[in-house]
Design a protein around this ligand. Structure first.
Ligand code: ZN
Length: 399
């Protein structure tokens, strides 16, 4: 399976390299602002014309010769994207960029042969020496992926980022991932995704949201935000606090990612077929309003579902999503009666008016998802069995 993957390395540039990286980042801003200004004065100017104009600009500002040319073009691409987003009403009107704590530039991988028949690559990750070679800059020391000894991958592009005074390179590669075949199995599980309890399985297991485990970071964030409110705009102190806030936020994001990764792996290790809800189900049944918190939890759900699908494919497992209109929370698993009263999210436990069984909201939902998912899976079962036997070199009618 061909798959895109990003490898993030921390960069340890020397003093001179840092100066260069900063000038590259500054150039991205400069080009963006220059053509934004030109576009504001001449609405008819196209992005293609801007790119064609670059050699003129380089003649006008000779220091641009020192800059990786790809950066100049991608800065115009960024401007184009900002305008497109604005036109589609997805973003604000493009504004002039100012120096900020988080900036990035992107450069594409190129390969060629120089005049003396030497193979030329403008980007190279050398894990023996732990360096990265980027266009127009000497080898920069890197850290990350200690267990990798060689980087024999097809590089697509690199995004260099400066976040709170630290430098990173996101190396996008296309790689071939080995995929295990699926073995038809009755080892199945239904999973209910939730805001408070992240995942509830039909085996009755509850995986809590990591939020409760992040109180240390949250306390720190609270204190920093208080400090930020008291600090003076434009002061050095304020700048320092902003950097600290970014660092804590990054730590929270990393911890969350790692936690989800561990939990999803655990479920896929214990089960061969996983049933999840279609995201829209949750939105429609449980979201009366559209607050920011809900938006966040929903995007988190889709992230989790995507991780399940991706990992399952590699591990030779199956993931099915049950129908958009299936009200998993409202149906009593024991007798199948639909209880509208359970629509209200605050109802955590309810007694079925018909069969009088006591239902815990999330476990009941996950059991319903299991049964609904089984219907989908069994429709595919013959096909999967046939495929499996074919791989073994046997015929279906042998069983
Ligand atoms: Zn019932």
């Amino acid at each position: 399976m061909q798959q895109f993957k990003t490898y993030t390395f921390r960069l340890y540039p020397s003093f001179d390299q840092k100066k260069k990286l900063n000038s590259f980042l500054g150039t991205t801003r400069f080009i963006y602002n220059h053509y934004l200004d030109a576009k504001e004065n001449n609405q008819g100017l196209t992005f293609y014309e801007m790119k064609k104009d670059l050699p003129n600009l380089i003649r006008e500002y000779p220091w641009l010769q020192e800059i990786d040319g790809c950066i100049l073009r991608t800065a115009i691409d960024n401007l184009e994207n900002s305008y497109k987003r604005y036109e589609k009403k997805l973003g604000n009107k493009p504004k002039f960029k100012k120096y900020s704590q988080m900036e990035s530039y992107k450069t594409n991988y190129l390969e060629g042969i120089t005049s003396n028949h030497v193979k030329y690559q403008n980007i190279k990750v050398d894990l023996a020496n732990r360096t990265i070679k980027l266009p127009k800059i000497s080898e920069i020391k890197i850290r990350g992926y200690r267990n990798l000894t060689s980087f024999d991958k097809k590089i697509i592009n690199v995004t260099v980022k400066r976040v709170a005074g630290k430098y990173y390179a996101n190396v996008l590669v296309s790689e071939n991932i080995e995929v295990l075949p699926f073995t038809p199995s009755l080892n199945m599980v239904g999973i209910d995704l939730g805001v408070k309890t992240l995942m509830t399985t039909s085996d009755g297991e509850k995986i809590e949201n990591i939020k409760g485990q992040l109180t240390r970071y949250e306390r720190k964030l609270k204190g920093l935000n208080r400090g930020l409110a008291r600090s003076q705009k434009g002061s050095k102190n304020r700048e320092k606090i902003i950097i600290k806030i970014q660092k804590v936020n990054q730590k929270i994001r990393n911890a969350k990612k790692f936690y989800e990764h561990i939990m999803i792996n655990k479920i896929l290790k214990d089960n061969d077929v996983v049933f999840l809800e279609d995201l829209k189900t949750k939105e429609m049944i449980e979201n009366g309003s559209h607050g920011l918190a809900k938006f966040i939890s929903n995007s988190n759900f889709s992230d989790i579902i995507n991780k399940f699908k991706y990992k399952a494919k590699i591990l030779g497992k199956k993931v099915y999503q049950v129908s958009t209109y299936f009200p998993s929370s409202q149906i009593c698993f024991s007798c199948g009666m639909k209880n509208e009263r359970v629509k209200d999210l605050s109802v955590r436990e309810w007694e079925c008016p018909k069969c009088h069984s006591l239902n815990e909201r999330d476990i009941n939902a996950s059991l319903n998802i299991l049964v609904e998912g089984m219907k989908l899976y069994f429709k595919d079962f013959d096909k999967e069995m046939k495929l499996y036997l074919e791989n073994l070199g046997r015929e279906l009618d042998l069983i």
